[in-house]
Design a protein around this ligand. Structure first.
Ligand code: SF4
Length: 213
């Protein structure tokens, strides 16, 4: 059993456990902070660009997500990890029902969560909502906090959905998406600041000068 995310990903990229692997270029592991990320972001599955580059959320939908994260000024690659429910691109981007997804979640996603031990999780869309939180209905569930195996977790829309709404002129979803991510960012900020204060207090109690916060 892997004891670090780096070791888990080294095993993951060799995975052939379900039929999804035959139809994609490569397995796409998570990307970002591999050691104690404050936030774990979970999407659905790699698309064409992710499959080609081997990194999650690098396509057009990924740019919508990254722009929303940048706007917070808080959620960065150094404090978050981005991954997907399914690690291989499904044929025609059609998320498979049943066995492949369940295999991938059991074999890899729960292990990622165990090793990352994030303080917060953000689920993007109905698929991670179903597989991680065992809930249905992203419209009703988004913007609320849930306790998933002891981790405070929020769900919001998938950026592909935001992209489709934008393309059809429904720009109001952008605001909802940004607001949900802002709520998560405020909690990430509080956790980060608390950790810094604790580190400074510990330095002082050891008689060392505290680093500037
Ligand atoms: S989808 Fe998941 S379980 Fe299936 S081959 Fe890819 S990594 Fe393995």
């Amino acid at each position: 059993m892997a004891e670090t995310l780096e070791a888990l990903y080294a095993e993951m990229i060799e995975c052939q456990s379900c039929k999804m692997r035959a139809g994609c270029t490569q397995v796409v592991p998570g990307a970002g902070q591999l050691i104690k990320p404050i936030l774990l972001i979970v999407g659905e599955a790699p698309g064409a660009q992710e499959d080609e580059q081997g990194e999650p959320f690098v396509g057009a939908a990924g740019e919508i997500l990254r722009a929303a994260l940048r706007k917070t000024g808080i959620i960065k690659r150094t404090n978050s990890l981005i991954t997907n429910v399914l690690k291989c691109r499904p044929p025609k981007n059609k998320f498979p029902k049943g066995e492949p997804a369940q295999t991938c979640v059991t074999k890899w996603l729960w292990e990622e969560i165990r090793l990352a031990q994030p303080e917060r999780m953000l689920l993007l869309g109905g698929t991670p909502l179903k597989y991680v939180a065992e809930l249905d209905g992203i419209t009703a569930c988004r913007g609320q906090w849930y306790n998933i195996r002891g981790i405070r977790t929020m769900a919001t829309f998938h950026p592909s959905f935001i992209q489709r709404q934008n393309n059809s002129g429904m720009l109001s979803y952008n605001e909802t998406f940004d607001d949900d991510i802002k709520q998560v960012a405020l909690e990430v900020k509080a956790i980060f600041e608390k950790a810094q204060t604790k580190a400074a207090e510990s330095q002082i109690s050891e008689g060392k000068p505290a680093d500037p916060v």
